[in-house]
Design a protein. Structure first.
Length: 811
């Protein structure tokens, strides 16, 4: 069952009912100002940091769900309604929500009055613009009142939810003309404020929630709206809001456009501190002036459209499969940019108050956006690297505003260092910019300890070399990619909380997954050393990688698949000998991607085992059989009910690893089958089961052991976006950036047909035509570059050349 459809032409997903299984959201913003917006106008806005600079209030766990946002109430006679239906939920004669690239549109009709709302954040100004157009579709004049509504958050979203004894006395506002200013905490020289304005004279306003809604009412029945009159309240403490009242008379066919602006302002540092409790409005007034007229706003919207057009033009495929085209060209890349902007901070499943930027997460996200924003990717890599310790380990998370490592979480996730090599190699292959290796980068966020970035990569690599366990496999530390597999956790008694730090001496847990990572990214490191002229380090790296390869074959192979790990007492995890959790997806994916066991015939066996034991119609599960009870030696993984999250859920994040693995051994048809199972566009018609947005990926889908098998959770902010894009663009379609230029090596189903790709790469445009007359799944016979035939599959990079016409002959 579907609740909408894709409009590929406009690059929008069109939702045709407000009753989607869950709120289906979109993100507005591309620099510093962001808004989350659902298909019924719920959501909130923040500046840079969803915890510290939250502009509007949102209540997770609220009832009804998703019932706070930027709302417009239309009152015509006794009928009160909202264009997106919430919060009054008055049934509409027509409803539509279109989520597009950086904007959302709502269309509602009630009693022959139409309301069209366009919400977007311009590319270069920290504000959200809402353009509301009301049109009288009837044959007689209409008299109506419009009421806007936003509820301010008192900036720090955690404090806002907890510290009521203080907060209920600090709220302050100012009203000037049609602008309502929120200036709570301005007295403390916080020097920031926000405003909600409209480009027309108003007939009334309210800034106190209790006056506008009524003390015992929700925003579904505001008293002021019911009475048809704002009260002119000026908030003093309690709950500051902003509501404008605009009375309108519309002749038949007449329409009126209103431009609302929610802006964030900081005064220039040099502005003298004068009257501390009166805000200086220079910045705000400039913003209001900038977006006052229809033409100005139209231009800002066009600029936003161009911004996205430009970004998405860097990769464009035209194949015979419309799902592939729409995901690769629009939604998958869009989601990659959202993970670049938001990391894991604010979604409908992440409150925006918890995690900062994850070391591991951000490095993986980069794999999906490095081709879109290479300069910003460079900066991101250097920020991440600065949170590394001198021994190569790293803060697991850092704070986006201060860029300081998070002390509460600390370090000890032993996969982290290697992800930095993953990110760096992706950047180097995309850009060829080896100068990044010379950048001086702090250790432990301390610039006095700065070393060239190359040193960071070297220490990342050495961290694994110097942290090996009894089987010569990497020590897992607190956990590797699987956060919940806590093999060094100890608790003396059942029921006692486990601690995720094990003893510092004695046998400690090892990870076959990290071994696979080490071989894969170690090889990248070796190549980087060679290209950077560090021959000695390259040779040493090769020896360490060869040794690890052997250690995996000797101690990391279980007979039919790769073992997952050894626990703190050297017991096997992910082995046929285990009672539960006999096979895990992660080492199968990473060891095969690293090429381990390919020539020995083990890779094929491991992938066959995945198909046999982990695959379901909705995707591949993390492990099987699911843990049915809590295991002291495993930790959080066994705390989840079977089928959920890491306990045998389907993590969309690592399904692509298996798909990429399949392409390593040339099985294009199986690789594509795996791709399709979790691909949003392919599963759009089971939206009633899947439940999350059908245009983007979710982190997890319930596995076969869960009562709700097939149901997804945690949409948007997941490494799935990056990995599926890498899988589709590089492994399946085969467009692979390499140190020496663009490589083309597709691995596709035999009946996939010919296709073209336009790829912008290192300042040039590549027009690629992939021809597969013999219907092979993999293999490139030769290339024709600008009419010249060459063997192999690398298009050599020529400095200064702006366009390449290439035919890739598969066979
Ligand atoms: C979740 C993991 C997540 C971790 C870190 C756990 O509870 O199951 O998926 O990575 O928390 O926040
Ligand atoms: O690898 C982690 C990631 O860092 C956060 N989400 C869950 C994944 C698996 O545990």
């Amino acid at each position: 069952m579907k609740f909408g459809f894709f409009d590929d032409e406009k690059k929008e997903y069109v939702i045709t009912t407000p009753d989607t299984p869950l709120p289906w959201i979109n993100y507005l913003g591309s620099q510093d100002f962001f808004s989350l917006i659902s298909n019924t106008c719920g959501g909130y806005s923040f500046y840079k940091d969803a915890k510290l600079l939250r502009l509007t209030r949102y209540r997770y766990n609220n009832l009804p769900a998703d019932s706070n946002g930027k709302y417009y109430y239309i009152k015509e006679g006794d009928v009160i309604w909202n264009p997106g239906t919430m919060p009054t939920r008055t049934p509409l004669d027509e409803y539509q929500c279109r989520h597009g690239l950086g904007y959302s549109r709502f269309h509602g009709i009630k009693n022959q009055l139409s309301a069209d709302l366009l919400a977007f954040v311009p590319v270069d100004t920290p504000c959200e613009i809402n353009v509301l157009t009301l049109k009288n579709q009837s044959a007689s004049a209409k008299k109506l009142s419009l009421f806007s509504y936003v509820e301010f958050c008192l900036w720090n979203a955690v404090d806002d939810m907890t510290n009521f004894q203080r907060n209920l006395s600090i709220g302050e506002v100012e009203i000037q003309g049609s602008a309502i200013y929120h200036k709570t905490e301005y007295r403390e020289r916080r020097n920031h404020y926000s405003f909600f304005s409209v480009n027309t004279p108003i007939d009334g306003f309210d800034t106190s929630r209790d006056e506008f809604l009524g003390v015992r009412r929700g925003n579904d029945r505001p008293l002021a709206v019911e009475q048809g009159k704002c009260t002119g309240s000026v908030a003093s403490g309690w709950y500051p809001i902003a509501s404008h009242q605009i009375d309108l008379v519309l002749a038949p066919g007449e329409e009126k456009e209103l431009i609302f602006l929610l802006g964030y302002c900081e005064n220039p540092q040099e502005e003298k501190w004068e009257a501390p409790n009166v805000i200086r409005k220079t910045t705000a007034l400039a913003m209001q002036e900038k977006y006052h007229t229809s033409a100005q706003v139209k231009k800002a919207f066009q600029d936003l459209n161009h911004y996205w057009e430009d970004l998405l033009s860097r990769f464009f495929v035209n194949s015979q499969d419309p799902h592939v085209n729409r995901m690769a060209n629009i939604w998958n890349q869009y989601q990659c940019m959202v993970t670049f902007n938001l990391s894991r901070s604010a979604s409908y499943y992440e409150s925006g108050t918890g995690r900062g930027m994850g070391f591991r997460d951000s490095c993986q996200d980069l794999l999906g956006f490095v081709h879109l924003v290479p300069e910003r990717a460079r900066e991101r890599i250097l920020d991440i690297a600065a949170t590394q310790f001198e021994d190569g380990s790293a803060y697991h998370q850092y704070q986006p505003l201060t860029k300081k490592g998070n002390l509460d979480i600390g370090s000890g996730f032993n996969d982290d260092p290697l992800w930095l090599i993953a990110a760096a190699s992706a950047y180097l292959k995309e850009t060829g910019d080896f100068s990044i290796l010379d950048e001086m980068v702090a250790f432990d966020c301390d610039t006095s300890k700065a070393q060239p970035f190359f040193q960071h990569l070297l220490r990342s690599f050495h961290y694994t070399c110097t942290h090996l366990g009894p089987h010569k496999l990497p020590l897992i530390g607190r956990a590797d990619w699987n956060d919940c597999l806590n093999l060094n956790c100890f608790s003396s008694e059942p029921g006692e909380p486990f601690q995720t730090t094990g003893p510092s001496e004695g046998p400690v847990a090892e990870s076959v997954f990290i071994a696979g990572m080490f071989v894969k990214y170690g090889r990248e490191f070796q190549t980087i050393c060679e290209k950077y002229g560090h021959t000695e380090e390259a040779l040493q790296a090769k020896d360490a990688i060869d040794a690890m390869y052997q250690a995996v074959l000797t101690s990391g192979w279980d007979g039919d698949w790769f073992l997952r790990a050894y626990d703190a007492t050297s017991q096997k995890i992910g082995s046929h000998e285990c009672e539960e959790g006999q096979i895990f997806i992660e080492p199968q994916g990473f060891c095969v991607m690293a090429g381990i066991g390919v020539k020995e015939g083990l890779a094929e066996k491991a992938l066959d085992s995945v198909k046999e034991r982990l695959d379901t119609k909705y995707g591949i599960m993390v492990q099987q059989p699911a843990y049915t009870r809590y295991y002291l030696n495993l930790g959080e993984i066994s705390s989840y009910p079977p089928g959920y999250k890491e306990n045998a859920g389907i993590f969309c994040h690592n399904n692509p690893w298996i798909s990429i693995g399949e392409t390593m051994i040339g099985r294009g048809s199986r690789a594509f089958q795996i791709y399709k199972k979790t691909c949003p566009s392919y599963i759009e018609n089971i939206s009633q089961i899947h439940r999350t947005e059908p245009y983007i990926y979710s982190q997890m889908i319930a596995g076969k052991d869960a009562p709700r098998h097939g149901e997804a959770k945690n949409s948007w902010l997941t490494g799935t976006a990056a990995w599926t894009f890498v899988n589709l663009s590089q492994a399946i379609l085969g467009i692979q950036p390499s140190y020496d230029g663009l490589c083309v090596d597709p691995c596709i189903p035999a009946d996939f047909g010919d296709f073209t790709v336009t790829r912008r790469f290192r300042g040039a445009v590549y027009h690629l035509f992939i021809s597969n007359p013999d219907h092979v799944e993999k293999g490139v016979k030769y290339l024709e570059i600008d009419g010249k035939q060459i063997s192999g599959n690398l298009i050599p990079f020529e400095e200064g050349k702006k366009e390449y016409q290439v035919t890739i002959h598969m066979g």
